[in-house]
Design a protein around this ligand. Sequence first.
Ligand SMILES: C[S@@+](CC[C@H](N)C(=O)[O-])C[C@H]1O[C@@H](n2cnc3c(N)ncnc32)[C@H](O)[C@@H]1O
Length: 239
Amino acid sequence: MDKRGKKYFLKEEKEFQSDLGIIDEKQIKDSSVGDTLITHLNHEFKVIKPNINDFIDLMDRRCSILVKKDIGSVLAHTGLGSGNNVVDAGTGAGAIALNFANVVGSKGMVYSYEIREDFAEIAKKNIETFGLNNIIIKNKDIKEGINEKNIDLIFLDLPKPYEIFEDVYESLNLGAWLVVYAPYIDQAELAFRVAKKLHFQNIDIIEVLERGIEVKTQGTRPKTRMIGHTGYLFFARKL
Ligand SMILES: C[S@@+](CC[C@H](N)C(=O)[O-])C[C@H]1O[C@@H](n2cnc3c(N)ncnc32)[C@H](O)[C@@H]1O
């Protein structure tokens, strides 16, 4: 990581180049976590062990990924914990699947469905590189059926999620959560109406807005720019 907080993921122990200068191969080869590396222009870089967010920020992704404010809200709202089992669809590059696996730990399991073979392969590679072994990526259309039972959370980020709510209901444990991420409000509203008919309870739709604050010499105030919209989060519980 450089002094500006910019992160880089080195896949090979080769000479490293950036706008702050070059770090030679020897420094990189001899380095370990905690070291400071110096470029030929005298800029410092810190060697850190990537945590899950560092990794997700830099991993291979060829589709849009869920952002931290939404992922955090899903984890907090559902109270996901160690040993829980999760079904996730679609995987995309695996951002929320990685977070689920990180939280459920080695006693839990994440089954993540992805209809596209190319995305399933990217996600598998990302998971292997990060080093988690409690995620199973299934290159399968989840609308053909959910094979897993006794699930504590089913998370759907795909078009027309309400088409499989009956199937979802069957796979969930009592007290478990269904969560939908919907970019459009009409999708969230339809989800609400279908879930109500199927006797899901504790139904909620939320939108998470995050505003950064900047501290300057003149004063402290919200940043001018913010992310206007990502998606709506729909929550429903089987009770
Ligand atoms: C926006 S991306 C998912 C992002 C991901 N949830 C994350 O954590 O960043 C939506 C994915 O859903 C997949 N998808 C769409 N319909 C699907 C289905 N019926 N079954 C499985 N995957 C599906 C798409 O191929 C795409 O990769």
